[in-house]
Design a binder for this molecule. Structure first.
Ligand SMILES: Cc1ncc(COP(=O)(O)O)c(C=O)c1O
Length: 373
């Protein structure tokens, strides 16, 4: 199950999609940027041709923006999801290790290639955290075979690490991700580092592990333009890996999957530095607002937002069902988390939107909280 099912919400409630404020999908509310919209309009005439199967313009811009010295290290996909899918289809792992809770597509993609999913529990709230990613993996799947435990990942298996992490919104330091990747890549394990939300962080350049793909030959970094540039109706993502691995991943793929308009939108978006600045300023202001409101309420436990959304746990006395349906009656849709492994009915994941929307949600939500039990 995913958030962002706006057509479904509309059908269920009878509200028009315009009257729905969707906090369930983590899409940049400032977008799409004018630059991307103009590029889409300008590209419309081109839809009478097949798209560029080399994705040349998009790759060139991606290489410049992310300081990737060799465009052969980049491959594009119809969203980050296709990048993940292409990688797993090529690697054909026996096992895919996923830190849970997690974005559901990792498991879905693993099942599509017949791999077994090994769930690595992640401590949910940073304040309670005492295991690094490497230690969490070692605890759940130790090197020494212990009956009842999953085996440690072997060459050809895949370990997925998502940073910033969905749905907790936690951000891991680069050193922690590298510590995990270094050890695994040295053993021939494929590390899929999903950085789909990293563009939302002003310090993204210091956190990405893209520069390491040239030395860690089984590291694949996944990025998405879908969320940052608000183009979920078009979708664009790309992967970065060692050129030898990229050549293998792309060997049998469908090169037409990345449509012409998506390529045009991403190419423009990735060159739009003013939009990136604007997004970082907005996120800094609004995360501070979330901390002052959701973070200060005694009946809520907030994971400090590391990207454009946050995870919150409501205390057990709160009737989540009636709060969520009350919000929906007002056109406010949040993401329930019962279907995430490791989370339950009292967790909500909430996208950060423009200030007026964030305020509207908080006022409605806190109004429900303050009603007598
Ligand atoms: C962590 C994560 N990675 C990848 C994706 C997929 O991105 P795209 O829409 O570009 O396929 C999502 C979408 O929700 C996500 O949450």
């Amino acid at each position: 199950m995913h958030g962002g099912r706006i057509y479904e919400y509309s059908k269920r409630t009878g509200m028009s999609t315009e009257d729905i404020l969707d906090f369930s999908a983590n899409i940049n509310p400032l977008g799409p940027p004018q630059s991307a919209m103009a590029a889409i309009v300008a590209a419309l005439n081109g839809i009478r041709h097949y798209p560029d199967t080399r994705h040349a313009a998009a790759k060139e811009v991606v290489c410049a923006r992310f300081e990737i010295p060799d465009s052969r290290a980049v491959f594009c996909g119809n969203g980050a999801s296709e990048v993940i899918d292409l990688t797993l289809r090529r690697v054909q792992p026996k096992r895919v290790y996923v830190f849970e809770p997690a974005f559901s597509e990792y498991e879905a993609a693993a099942h599509r290639v017949g791999a077994r999913v090994v769930h690595i529990p992640l401590e949910i709230f940073a304040s309670q955290r005492h295991l690094s990613l490497r230690d969490a993996l070692a605890a759940a799947a130790p090197q020494r075979n212990i009956p009842g435990n999953a085996p440690a990942p072997k060459a050809g298996d895949v370990v997925v690490v998502n940073n910033p992490h969905n749905p907790t919104g936690r951000c891991f330091m680069r050193a922690e991700v590298l510590e995990l990747a270094e050890e695994l890549c040295a053993r021939g394990v494929v590390v899929l580092a999903d950085e789909s939300f990293l563009d939302f962080r002003a310090d993204g350049g210091e956190l990405t592990v893209i520069p390491w793909v040239f030395q860690m030959r089984t590291l694949v970094v996944v990025r998405s333009a879908t969320k940052m540039y608000a183009i979920p109706g078009l979708r664009f993502g790309f992967g970065v890996a060692h050129p030898d691995l990229v050549a293998r991943i792309e060997e049998h793929r469908d090169f037409w999957s990345v449509n012409h308009l998506a390529q045009a939108a991403a190419t423009a978006g990735y060159q739009d530095e003013a939009f990136v600045q604007q997004t970082h300023q907005w996120i800094a202001r609004e995360t501070a607002y979330v901390q002052r409101t959701w973070g200060a309420h005694p009946r809520l436990q907030l994971e400090p937002p590391g990207a454009n959304y946050f995870l919150v746990k409501l205390d057990s006395g709160i009737d989540v069902e009636s709060v969520v349906s009350g919000l929906e009656h007002q056109g406010l849709f949040v993401r329930r988390c019962d279907d995430f492994r490791g989370l339950g009915s009292h967790h909500l994941r909430i996208a950060i939107r423009r200030h007026a929307d964030n305020e509207r949600l908080w006022l409605s939500f806190s109004d429900f909280l303050n009603r007598p039990l």
